[in-house]
Ligand binder design. Sequence first.
Ligand code: UD1
Length: 336
Amino acid sequence: MKKILVTGGLGFIGSHTVVELQNEGFDVLIIDNLSNSTIDVLDKITSITTQKPKYFNIDLKSKSAVQHFFKENKVDGVIHFAASKAVGESVEKPLEYYENNICSLIYLLQEMRTNKVVNFIFSSSCTVYGQADELPITENAPIKPAESPYGNTKQIGEEIIKDTSKISDIKAIALRYFNPIGAHESAKIGELPIGVPQNLIPFVTQTAAGIRKELAVFGSDYNTPDGTAIRDYIHVVDLAKAHIVALRRLLENNNKSFFEVFNIGTGKGNSVLEVIQSFEKVTGKKLNYKIVNRREGDITAAYADTTIANNELGWKAKSTLDEALLSAWKWQKTLK
Ligand code: UD1
Protein backbone atom coordinates (compact mmCIF):
# COMPACT_ATOMS: atom_id res chain seq x y z
CA MET A 1 0.00 0.00 0.00
CA LYS A 2 1.56 3.30 -1.10
CA LYS A 3 1.87 5.91 1.63
CA ILE A 4 0.98 9.44 0.58
CA LEU A 5 1.56 12.61 2.59
CA VAL A 6 -1.19 15.18 2.07
CA THR A 7 -0.31 18.60 3.44
CA GLY A 8 -3.34 20.76 4.16
CA GLY A 9 -5.33 17.53 4.19
CA LEU A 10 -8.04 18.96 6.43
CA GLY A 11 -8.75 21.91 4.13
CA PHE A 12 -11.37 22.19 1.41
CA ILE A 13 -9.62 20.53 -1.53
CA GLY A 14 -7.26 18.52 0.69
CA SER A 15 -10.04 16.74 2.60
CA HIS A 16 -11.84 15.73 -0.59
CA THR A 17 -8.57 14.43 -2.02
CA VAL A 18 -7.85 12.40 1.13
CA VAL A 19 -11.24 10.70 0.73
CA GLU A 20 -10.53 9.82 -2.90
CA LEU A 21 -7.02 8.57 -2.02
CA GLN A 22 -8.40 6.30 0.69
CA ASN A 23 -11.14 5.07 -1.64
CA GLU A 24 -8.40 4.11 -4.09
CA GLY A 25 -6.48 2.15 -1.48
CA PHE A 26 -3.72 4.62 -0.56
CA ASP A 27 -2.47 4.93 3.00
CA VAL A 28 -2.82 8.63 3.83
CA LEU A 29 -0.82 10.74 6.27
CA ILE A 30 -2.09 14.28 6.83
CA ILE A 31 -0.11 17.31 7.94
CA ASP A 32 -2.29 20.32 8.78
CA ASN A 33 -1.67 23.17 11.23
CA LEU A 34 -5.41 23.99 11.49
CA SER A 35 -4.76 27.59 10.39
CA ASN A 36 -7.79 27.47 8.09
CA SER A 37 -9.43 24.18 9.02
CA THR A 38 -10.82 22.34 12.04
CA ILE A 39 -9.87 19.03 13.58
CA ASP A 40 -13.39 17.58 13.30
CA VAL A 41 -12.78 17.24 9.54
CA LEU A 42 -10.60 14.26 10.47
CA ASP A 43 -13.60 12.47 11.98
CA LYS A 44 -15.77 13.43 9.01
CA ILE A 45 -13.25 11.93 6.60
CA THR A 46 -13.11 8.81 8.78
CA SER A 47 -16.89 8.49 8.79
CA ILE A 48 -16.98 8.67 4.97
CA THR A 49 -14.17 6.19 4.30
CA THR A 50 -14.23 4.18 7.58
CA GLN A 51 -10.46 4.59 7.81
CA LYS A 52 -8.77 7.15 10.01
CA PRO A 53 -5.85 8.84 8.27
CA LYS A 54 -2.75 9.43 10.40
CA TYR A 55 -2.78 13.07 11.43
CA PHE A 56 0.15 15.33 12.38
CA ASN A 57 -0.36 18.85 13.66
CA ILE A 58 2.80 20.28 12.13
CA ASP A 59 3.54 23.79 10.93
CA LEU A 60 5.52 23.40 7.71
CA LYS A 61 7.27 26.72 8.42
CA SER A 62 9.23 24.83 11.04
CA LYS A 63 12.14 23.26 9.17
CA SER A 64 13.03 21.05 12.13
CA ALA A 65 9.46 19.76 12.39
CA VAL A 66 9.46 18.88 8.69
CA GLN A 67 12.85 17.16 9.09
CA HIS A 68 11.54 15.19 12.04
CA PHE A 69 8.41 14.11 10.16
CA PHE A 70 10.37 12.74 7.19
CA LYS A 71 12.83 10.98 9.48
CA GLU A 72 10.01 9.22 11.29
CA ASN A 73 7.70 8.51 8.34
CA LYS A 74 8.53 6.83 5.07
CA VAL A 75 6.24 8.10 2.28
CA ASP A 76 6.02 7.38 -1.45
CA GLY A 77 4.66 10.72 -2.53
CA VAL A 78 3.54 14.15 -1.41
CA ILE A 79 0.45 16.14 -2.41
CA HIS A 80 1.03 19.68 -1.21
CA PHE A 81 -2.10 21.76 -0.54
CA ALA A 82 -1.07 23.59 2.63
CA ALA A 83 -0.95 27.30 1.82
CA SER A 84 -2.68 30.58 2.52
CA LYS A 85 -5.05 31.53 -0.29
CA ALA A 86 -6.89 34.79 0.39
CA VAL A 87 -6.00 37.26 -2.32
CA GLY A 88 -6.89 40.45 -0.40
CA GLU A 89 -5.20 39.30 2.80
CA SER A 90 -2.04 38.56 0.84
CA VAL A 91 -1.87 42.19 -0.26
CA GLU A 92 -2.09 43.27 3.40
CA LYS A 93 0.39 40.67 4.66
CA PRO A 94 2.86 39.91 1.87
CA LEU A 95 5.66 38.69 4.12
CA GLU A 96 3.39 36.26 5.97
CA TYR A 97 2.20 34.92 2.61
CA TYR A 98 5.69 34.51 1.18
CA GLU A 99 6.91 32.93 4.40
CA ASN A 100 4.03 30.53 4.70
CA ASN A 101 3.66 29.49 1.08
CA ILE A 102 7.29 29.57 -0.01
CA CYS A 103 9.23 28.45 3.09
CA SER A 104 7.03 25.41 3.58
CA LEU A 105 7.46 24.43 -0.05
CA ILE A 106 11.24 24.72 0.19
CA TYR A 107 11.44 22.69 3.41
CA LEU A 108 9.25 19.98 1.96
CA LEU A 109 11.34 19.70 -1.21
CA GLN A 110 14.58 19.68 0.81
CA GLU A 111 13.37 16.84 3.01
CA MET A 112 12.00 14.94 0.03
CA ARG A 113 15.48 15.08 -1.52
CA THR A 114 17.21 14.03 1.67
CA ASN A 115 14.82 11.14 2.15
CA LYS A 116 14.61 10.13 -1.51
CA VAL A 117 10.90 10.82 -1.93
CA VAL A 118 10.48 11.60 -5.61
CA ASN A 119 6.77 12.10 -6.35
CA PHE A 120 5.30 15.56 -5.82
CA ILE A 121 1.95 17.12 -6.72
CA PHE A 122 1.56 20.89 -6.28
CA SER A 123 -1.62 22.96 -5.97
CA SER A 124 -1.27 25.70 -8.50
CA SER A 125 -3.91 28.03 -9.86
CA CYS A 126 -5.25 29.53 -13.07
CA THR A 127 -4.35 32.81 -11.39
CA VAL A 128 -0.88 32.36 -12.97
CA TYR A 129 -2.40 33.26 -16.36
CA GLY A 130 -3.98 36.56 -15.24
CA GLN A 131 -6.33 37.78 -17.96
CA ALA A 132 -5.22 35.48 -20.76
CA ASP A 133 -5.14 36.87 -24.27
CA GLU A 134 -6.97 33.86 -25.67
CA LEU A 135 -9.81 31.70 -24.40
CA PRO A 136 -10.02 28.88 -23.57
CA ILE A 137 -6.70 29.00 -21.73
CA THR A 138 -4.11 26.38 -22.65
CA GLU A 139 -1.12 25.41 -20.52
CA ASN A 140 1.06 27.26 -23.02
CA ALA A 141 -0.58 30.61 -22.39
CA PRO A 142 1.99 33.09 -21.08
CA ILE A 143 2.33 33.59 -17.34
CA LYS A 144 1.30 37.19 -16.59
CA PRO A 145 2.77 39.34 -13.80
CA ALA A 146 0.98 38.31 -10.60
CA GLU A 147 -1.82 40.58 -9.36
CA SER A 148 -1.19 39.73 -5.71
CA PRO A 149 1.40 38.19 -3.40
CA TYR A 150 -0.85 35.11 -3.24
CA GLY A 151 -0.75 34.74 -7.03
CA ASN A 152 2.98 35.36 -6.96
CA THR A 153 3.50 32.50 -4.49
CA LYS A 154 1.91 30.13 -7.02
CA GLN A 155 4.15 31.41 -9.83
CA ILE A 156 7.29 31.33 -7.68
CA GLY A 157 6.26 27.95 -6.31
CA GLU A 158 6.10 26.48 -9.79
CA GLU A 159 9.55 27.95 -10.59
CA ILE A 160 11.08 26.53 -7.42
CA ILE A 161 9.70 23.09 -8.20
CA LYS A 162 10.82 23.24 -11.83
CA ASP A 163 14.36 24.25 -10.85
CA THR A 164 14.48 21.52 -8.20
CA SER A 165 13.26 18.85 -10.62
CA LYS A 166 16.17 19.75 -12.94
CA ILE A 167 18.85 18.89 -10.42
CA SER A 168 17.21 16.10 -8.41
CA ASP A 169 15.22 12.91 -8.82
CA ILE A 170 12.03 14.72 -7.90
CA LYS A 171 9.23 14.36 -10.46
CA ALA A 172 6.51 16.95 -10.09
CA ILE A 173 3.12 17.84 -11.47
CA ALA A 174 1.55 21.25 -10.88
CA LEU A 175 -2.22 21.25 -11.25
CA ARG A 176 -3.56 24.67 -12.18
CA TYR A 177 -7.04 24.72 -10.70
CA PHE A 178 -9.77 26.90 -12.09
CA ASN A 179 -12.57 27.71 -9.60
CA PRO A 180 -13.21 24.79 -7.21
CA ILE A 181 -16.73 24.66 -5.78
CA GLY A 182 -19.20 22.18 -4.28
CA ALA A 183 -18.90 19.57 -1.58
CA HIS A 184 -18.80 15.82 -1.03
CA GLU A 185 -22.09 14.04 -1.77
CA SER A 186 -22.29 12.93 1.87
CA ALA A 187 -22.39 16.62 2.86
CA LYS A 188 -19.91 15.73 5.62
CA ILE A 189 -17.07 17.78 4.21
CA GLY A 190 -17.06 21.01 2.18
CA GLU A 191 -15.75 24.56 2.10
CA LEU A 192 -15.57 26.29 5.48
CA PRO A 193 -14.85 29.98 4.97
CA ILE A 194 -13.83 31.75 8.15
CA GLY A 195 -15.62 35.10 8.44
CA VAL A 196 -17.20 36.81 5.45
CA PRO A 197 -16.65 34.64 2.35
CA GLN A 198 -14.56 36.20 -0.40
CA ASN A 199 -15.41 33.59 -3.02
CA LEU A 200 -18.67 33.56 -4.94
CA ILE A 201 -20.24 30.20 -4.06
CA PRO A 202 -19.93 30.37 -0.26
CA PHE A 203 -21.37 33.87 -0.45
CA VAL A 204 -24.25 32.57 -2.56
CA THR A 205 -25.05 29.69 -0.19
CA GLN A 206 -24.73 31.88 2.92
CA THR A 207 -27.08 34.44 1.37
CA ALA A 208 -29.61 31.72 0.56
CA ALA A 209 -29.28 30.45 4.14
CA GLY A 210 -30.01 33.94 5.50
CA ILE A 211 -26.55 34.41 7.02
CA ARG A 212 -25.82 37.25 4.56
CA LYS A 213 -28.46 39.78 3.60
CA GLU A 214 -27.53 40.23 -0.01
CA LEU A 215 -25.07 38.97 -2.60
CA ALA A 216 -23.11 41.72 -4.35
CA VAL A 217 -22.47 40.90 -8.01
CA PHE A 218 -19.16 42.56 -8.80
CA GLY A 219 -19.68 44.34 -12.11
CA SER A 220 -22.15 44.00 -14.98
CA ASP A 221 -20.16 45.99 -17.51
CA TYR A 222 -17.68 43.30 -18.52
CA ASN A 223 -17.29 42.45 -22.16
CA THR A 224 -19.28 39.21 -21.82
CA PRO A 225 -22.74 38.22 -23.13
CA ASP A 226 -24.58 39.28 -19.94
CA GLY A 227 -21.96 41.74 -18.67
CA THR A 228 -20.90 39.71 -15.64
CA ALA A 229 -17.54 37.98 -15.29
CA ILE A 230 -16.98 34.43 -16.47
CA ARG A 231 -15.19 31.60 -14.64
CA ASP A 232 -14.72 27.86 -14.96
CA TYR A 233 -16.38 26.33 -11.89
CA ILE A 234 -15.20 22.79 -11.18
CA HIS A 235 -16.71 20.37 -8.67
CA VAL A 236 -14.20 19.74 -5.90
CA VAL A 237 -14.66 15.96 -6.16
CA ASP A 238 -13.71 16.06 -9.86
CA LEU A 239 -10.73 18.16 -8.86
CA ALA A 240 -9.79 15.71 -6.10
CA LYS A 241 -9.86 12.86 -8.62
CA ALA A 242 -7.44 14.73 -10.88
CA HIS A 243 -4.89 14.44 -8.05
CA ILE A 244 -5.22 10.67 -7.99
CA VAL A 245 -4.58 10.29 -11.72
CA ALA A 246 -1.68 12.73 -11.55
CA LEU A 247 -0.20 10.81 -8.63
CA ARG A 248 -0.53 7.49 -10.45
CA ARG A 249 1.16 9.02 -13.48
CA LEU A 250 4.19 9.76 -11.31
CA LEU A 251 4.14 6.50 -9.35
CA GLU A 252 3.98 4.53 -12.61
CA ASN A 253 6.64 6.69 -14.28
CA ASN A 254 4.29 7.74 -17.07
CA ASN A 255 5.28 11.40 -16.82
CA LYS A 256 6.86 12.85 -19.97
CA SER A 257 9.15 15.28 -18.16
CA PHE A 258 10.26 15.94 -14.61
CA PHE A 259 7.97 18.93 -14.29
CA GLU A 260 4.54 18.95 -15.90
CA VAL A 261 1.58 21.32 -15.59
CA PHE A 262 -2.07 20.60 -16.29
CA ASN A 263 -5.15 22.80 -16.34
CA ILE A 264 -7.84 21.37 -14.13
CA GLY A 265 -11.21 22.82 -15.03
CA THR A 266 -14.39 21.82 -16.82
CA GLY A 267 -13.57 23.68 -20.01
CA LYS A 268 -16.84 25.60 -19.72
CA GLY A 269 -17.22 29.20 -18.65
CA ASN A 270 -20.22 30.52 -16.70
CA SER A 271 -21.06 34.09 -15.80
CA VAL A 272 -21.97 35.22 -12.29
CA LEU A 273 -25.60 35.65 -13.39
CA GLU A 274 -25.62 32.12 -14.82
CA VAL A 275 -24.37 30.82 -11.49
CA ILE A 276 -27.18 32.64 -9.71
CA GLN A 277 -29.79 31.29 -12.15
CA SER A 278 -28.48 27.76 -11.85
CA PHE A 279 -28.45 27.99 -8.05
CA GLU A 280 -32.04 29.28 -7.97
CA LYS A 281 -33.16 26.52 -10.34
CA VAL A 282 -31.63 23.58 -8.47
CA THR A 283 -32.48 24.77 -4.96
CA GLY A 284 -35.79 26.49 -5.66
CA LYS A 285 -34.54 29.38 -3.52
CA LYS A 286 -34.67 32.99 -4.67
CA LEU A 287 -31.36 34.78 -4.18
CA ASN A 288 -31.28 38.33 -2.98
CA TYR A 289 -28.63 40.07 -5.05
CA LYS A 290 -27.66 43.43 -6.45
CA ILE A 291 -25.17 44.60 -9.02
CA VAL A 292 -22.33 46.70 -7.62
CA ASN A 293 -19.02 47.96 -9.00
CA ARG A 294 -16.31 45.64 -10.21
CA ARG A 295 -13.97 44.17 -7.59
CA GLU A 296 -10.42 45.42 -7.95
CA GLY A 297 -8.07 42.90 -9.51
CA ASP A 298 -10.83 40.77 -11.06
CA ILE A 299 -10.48 39.63 -14.64
CA THR A 300 -13.20 39.42 -17.28
CA ALA A 301 -13.11 35.76 -18.15
CA ALA A 302 -11.15 32.58 -17.53
CA TYR A 303 -11.93 29.03 -18.55
CA ALA A 304 -9.69 26.10 -19.26
CA ASP A 305 -8.67 24.29 -22.35
CA THR A 306 -8.58 20.84 -20.80
CA THR A 307 -7.42 18.93 -23.88
CA ILE A 308 -4.00 18.14 -22.43
CA ALA A 309 -5.40 17.03 -19.07
CA ASN A 310 -8.06 14.92 -20.82
CA ASN A 311 -5.58 13.24 -23.16
CA GLU A 312 -2.51 12.91 -20.96
CA LEU A 313 -4.14 12.19 -17.61
CA GLY A 314 -7.20 10.42 -18.99
CA TRP A 315 -9.21 12.64 -16.69
CA LYS A 316 -12.30 14.71 -17.37
CA ALA A 317 -14.59 16.69 -15.08
CA LYS A 318 -17.95 14.92 -14.82
CA SER A 319 -20.20 17.10 -12.67
CA THR A 320 -22.30 19.90 -14.09
CA LEU A 321 -22.60 23.36 -12.58
CA ASP A 322 -26.11 22.43 -11.38
CA GLU A 323 -24.80 19.36 -9.55
CA ALA A 324 -21.90 21.25 -8.00
CA LEU A 325 -24.17 24.05 -6.76
CA LEU A 326 -26.68 21.61 -5.33
CA SER A 327 -23.91 19.84 -3.41
CA ALA A 328 -22.70 23.21 -2.08
CA TRP A 329 -26.22 23.97 -0.89
CA LYS A 330 -26.63 20.57 0.83
CA TRP A 331 -23.36 21.23 2.63
CA GLN A 332 -24.42 24.76 3.62
CA LYS A 333 -27.62 23.37 5.16
CA THR A 334 -25.56 21.17 7.49
CA LEU A 335 -23.74 24.25 8.83
CA LYS A 336 -26.77 25.98 10.31
C1 UD1 B 1 -10.23 33.97 -6.57
C2 UD1 B 1 -8.86 34.53 -6.65
C3 UD1 B 1 -7.96 33.50 -7.26
C4 UD1 B 1 -7.96 32.27 -6.39
C5 UD1 B 1 -9.37 31.76 -6.21
C6 UD1 B 1 -9.37 30.69 -5.17
C7 UD1 B 1 -9.22 36.95 -6.91
C8 UD1 B 1 -9.07 38.11 -7.81
N1 UD1 B 1 -8.87 35.76 -7.42
O1 UD1 B 1 -10.68 33.68 -7.90
O2 UD1 B 1 -6.65 33.99 -7.36
O3 UD1 B 1 -7.15 31.27 -6.97
O4 UD1 B 1 -10.23 32.79 -5.78
O5 UD1 B 1 -10.63 30.16 -4.99
O6 UD1 B 1 -9.64 37.07 -5.78
N2 UD1 B 1 -18.07 37.49 -7.24
C9 UD1 B 1 -19.18 38.29 -7.02
N3 UD1 B 1 -19.59 38.47 -5.73
C10 UD1 B 1 -18.96 37.93 -4.65
C11 UD1 B 1 -17.83 37.12 -4.88
C12 UD1 B 1 -17.40 36.93 -6.19
O7 UD1 B 1 -19.77 38.80 -7.96
O8 UD1 B 1 -19.39 38.17 -3.52
C13 UD1 B 1 -17.63 37.23 -8.62
C14 UD1 B 1 -16.20 37.69 -8.90
O9 UD1 B 1 -16.15 39.00 -9.32
C15 UD1 B 1 -15.78 36.68 -9.98
C16 UD1 B 1 -16.58 35.42 -9.65
O10 UD1 B 1 -17.65 35.86 -8.82
O11 UD1 B 1 -16.20 37.15 -11.24
C17 UD1 B 1 -15.76 34.39 -8.92
O12 UD1 B 1 -15.13 35.01 -7.81
P1 UD1 B 1 -14.30 34.16 -6.73
O13 UD1 B 1 -15.10 33.01 -6.26
O14 UD1 B 1 -13.79 35.12 -5.71
O15 UD1 B 1 -13.10 33.56 -7.56
P2 UD1 B 1 -11.99 34.31 -8.45
O16 UD1 B 1 -11.99 35.76 -8.23
O17 UD1 B 1 -12.16 33.82 -9.85
